[in-house]
Write a protein that binds this ligand. Structure first.
Ligand code: AHG
Ligand code: MN
Ligand code: MN
Ligand code: MN
Length: 340
């Protein structure tokens, strides 16, 4: 059976008026960068990509989030920046690993789009050979905006024109939405190209599976305690069914399982850092995942509000995340709203 390449899929999306040539090129370039990251991930210990990154002074290097950077965090960030510098499709990039946005260098023409990325998601899984990934989000630069700055990125997730992730697992997959469904492409390693393997993914509306880091339970707020207690109560409890639990600790891999067979992914607010609304980042983790999940018929909230409606106040803003099967996300959100 002949399968459709990502290139052909994007050309057809352009003909249908869903994307323009600049956005098509942008997505092709991000996909190419992900292929390079996939090759680096695949080499593992055979090349020098595992372990912690070190700063010039020999100490562990720490990013703007206060996290120790892995070599692959830094390398993936560089691959994405380099690949996107010269195509003429972008005005600037912003990344989990950089404090401020990086405008396209003066040597190259600037385009109309802004690209945000989590270059390597699931850093704690790199050295143990568990699936990791890359997450990205595309916005339009504001009209007549001039020199790119962080403020230009502060648009709600509903303004995204494209979002996607690449998961580096047993297969390398690219999952993409340009606002007309969510589609899965598998990297054909012999051909070196992504091919469409699932069009229009639909997430089952109800589920018996949840994903959360239970070790933080004692730090959760009362509605979270009540919600998870009812899941754990199983068929004898108010939810009336037995639930299973999975937690990979790579958001890409957990979300991919949910896109494939349903479930709810949760990273709630907790008391450890009371001033921080959650661990995950709104602009390059929650927003792109929320778009992909909604485009597949699922839902995404912060426990109270739809993620895609949140107006960001800063580039690295954090948010609580509840996403996946629609009925389950609505149930979890009800526990929070009824408590307020
Ligand atoms: P990153 O590696 O990009 O910093 O993101 C890690 C995130 C996310 O992928 C995952 O769901 C979560 O952190 C895991 O958190 P715990 O370590 O608390 O389980
Ligand atoms: Mn990180
Ligand atoms: Mn991440
Ligand atoms: Mn990351």
């Amino acid at each position: 059976m002949s399968r459709m390449s990502l290139t052909r899929f994007l050309i057809e999306a352009q003909r249908e008026g869903h994307i323009n040539p600049q956005l098509r090129l942008l997505i092709e370039v991000v996909a190419r960068a992900c292929k390079r990251i996939s090759v680096a991930v695949g080499k593992g210990a055979l090349s020098d990509v595992l372990g912690d990154a070190v700063s010039g002074a020999g100490a562990s290097s720490v990013n703007v989030q206060g996290e120790a950077q892995k070599k692959l965090d830094v390398l993936s960030n560089e691959i994405l920046l380099e690949a996107n510098a010269w195509g003429g499709h972008l005005a600037a990039c912003a990344s989990e690993e950089m404090e401020h946005c990086q405008p396209i260098p003066d040597a190259f023409p600037r385009g109309n789009y802004l690209l945000l990325f989590d270059p390597l998601d699931g850093s704690s899984n790199i050295d143990v050979n568990v699936s990791i990934g890359t997450i990205f989000s595309v916005l339009r630069a504001p009209d007549g905006a001039g020199e790119p700055e962080d403020a230009h990125f502060l648009q709600p997730g509903s303004a995204q024109v494209a979002a996607g992730y690449c998961v580096y697992g047993p297969s390398t997959l690219l999952v993409l939405s340009v606002g007309h469904g969510t589609h899965v492409f598998t990297l054909d390693r012999e051909q070196g190209s992504f091919v469409l393997t699932r069009r229009d993914v639909r997430i089952p509306e109800s589920t018996r599976e949840f994903a959360i880091n239970m070790s933080n339970q004692r730090h959760w707020e009362p509605p979270m305690q009540a919600y998870v207690a009812d899941l754990l109560a199983g068929r004898e409890g108010p939810r009336g069914k037995d639930y299973n639990m999975r937690w990979i600790a790579s958001m890409v891999a957990d979300v991919h399982r949910i896109l494939t067979r349903g479930g709810i992914f949760i990273y709630p607010w907790d008391r450890r850092e009371p001033d921080r609304p959650g661990k995950l980042r709104l602009m390059y983790e929650a927003n792109p995942m929320a778009m992909l999940v909604e485009q597949a018929g699922g839902a995404a909230t912060d426990g109270r509000r739809r993620i895609l409606d949140i107006q960001p106040g800063s580039l690295h803003e954090r948010v609580a995340v509840f996403l996946g099967s629609k009925d389950e996300v609505e149930a979890a959100t009800r526990y929070h709203r009824e408590h307020d």
